[in-house]
Write a protein that binds this ligand. Structure first.
Ligand code: FES
Length: 177
């Protein structure tokens, strides 16, 4: 499959960079890119790191990587869609990413994930049949100081417990189910 970003999305770059400036995960990713000396052949490595940090590769993230590595977005998008180990933005209306990195894990991230899986009836990497919620995991989202952390629709949220996570899902699942 040959997939490309639409021109409309490519024109999002200024907003993406502004968004990136306030998100610690982008800073960590940037440091990783720097470690690879901005080399274009580090693309796969960089995408791995991006997925670890964000749980999946959304369009903004791909644009950011393309910009920093000075690669055409079509190339970055092509690589991200070609390899099965990369996950593009899931199709759920809402996304919940539970960080399962060490700091979060030792503070109970596994219980948070189990509660979410139980409530939604899906496993990490899946989307509810009604298309409402996609559940993913990440490996350290750069917020260890507020562990266990989760990201709801792009917002990093601190000190999660099963109850707090379920409360969040309630609003997404409609009618408080
Ligand atoms: S391990 Fe979860 S934020 Fe670092």
């Amino acid at each position: 499959m040959i997939a490309t970003l639409s021109n409309k999305k490519k024109n999002r770059l200024p907003q993406v960079l502004e968004h990136a400036s306030g998100d610690k995960r982008f800073k960590i990713l940037e440091a990783h890119i720097k470690k690879h000396q901005f080399k274009q052949d580090a693309l796969i490595e960089v995408l791995h790191k991006a997925q670890e940090l964000f749980g999946y590769l959304e369009d903004d993230l791909l644009l950011f990587v393309a910009y920093r590595l000075k690669l055409p977005t079509s190339r970055v998008y092509g690589v991200a869609t070609f390899y099965h180990f990369f996950t593009l933005k899931p199709k759920g209306k809402h996304t919940c990413v539970v960080c399962m990195g060490t700091a979060c894990y030792v503070r109970g991230a596994d219980k948070v994930l189990a509660a979410v899986e139980d409530k939604t009836g899906i496993k990490a990497g899946e989307t509810t049949p009604d298309g409402e919620i996609s559940l993913l995991t990440a490996r350290c989202i750069g917020a260890c100081g507020i562990a266990p952390a989760a990201v709801y629709d792009g917002t990093v949220t601190p000190r999660q417990t099963p109850d707090l996570a379920l409360e969040k899902l309630k609003g997404w699942m409609g009618h408080g189910n």
